[in-house]
Design a protein around this ligand. Structure first.
Ligand SMILES: [Zn+2]
Length: 253
């Protein structure tokens, strides 16, 4: 108890405290959901109005161990960030910085290579077909990047940012998933439900039987109903934090 009390006191005045705690919660749960990949992939959150300053995970840390105070504060307009001893991964700075700089309303960016989203992204036609509630949630809410050309960090950032205008989901063909959100709660809820939706679609496709794809009208209505569902994302994120507060409260440190 003494240790956690001391940690709380030490970090009570850390900069962007709430943003750090929320993003640390997102990392821990992404590991719990087995949607992490080694010590790769990155989450970031903008902390100034134009999105040029953002917090991102430090290099080489496992999602399951990241805590609030160790997130790096970086500047998308300042390449010298990459000369610091604690510089983030080059792809993190280039891709997340590129999108934050060009898409200021994308306050939170979550990028994963989760199993089912990546399987979907690996299909020649990666369209998320509306076949049940979770898949319909993303109807007309996905931008598809079909221009994968290797891990060319500069080109990729520009191409991806160009697609990230008004959709919360970017399915990166031959690569993985990027979720853009106004806050961590919304982005985490989209991340979770997108993976679930992709799992259901891939599983249904594996039966080899014909899919029951609903009409445009039904899919659009259901997607809208998801958006209007009261407090869905807020309550989900609150529940996730409550579990961590009980089982691994050091995410807040
Ligand atoms: Zn990636």
């Amino acid at each position: 108890m003494a240790v956690s009390t001391l940690a709380a006191a030490t970090h009570a005045d850390m900069d962007h405290r709430e943003a750090r705690i929320d993003l640390a919660c997102a990392f821990r749960w992404t590991a719990r959901w087995n949607m992490h990949e080694s010590v790769a992939n990155h989450f970031s959150i903008a902390v100034n109005d134009d999105g040029s300053e953002f917090l991102v995970n430090p290099r080489g840390r496992h999602f399951g161990r990241i805590s609030a105070s160790e997130l790096l504060l970086t500047n998308a307009n300042d390449p010298s960030v990459m000369e610091r001893p604690d510089a983030p991964d080059p792809s993190a700075w280039a891709l997340h910085g590129g999108v934050h700089r060009r898409v200021p309303h994308a306050r939170v960016i979550l990028h994963v290579h989760s199993k089912y989203a990546t399987a979907l992204a690996s299909l020649k036609d990666p369209t998320m077909l509306p076949i049940e509630n979770n898949t319909m949630r993303f109807y007309e809410r996905i931008a598809y990047d079909l221009g994968f050309d290797g891990m060319g960090v500069g080109d990729e950032a520009e191409r991806v940012a160009g697609l990230a205008c008004d959709k919360p989901i970017l399915l990166l063909g031959n690569h993985g998933l990027m979720v853009l959100g106004p806050d961590v709660a919304q982005a985490v809820d989209d991340l979770y439900h997108f993976e679930r939706a992709a799992e259901t679609l891939i599983t249904a496709m594996q039966t080899g039987r014909e899919l029951s794809v609903v009409s445009h009208a039904v899919a659009a209505k259901t997607a809208q109903q998801w958006q209007e569902y009261p407090d869905l994302t807020k309550n989900h994120f609150k529940a996730l934090k409550e579990i961590l507060d009980e089982e691994e409260p050091d995410y807040r440190d």
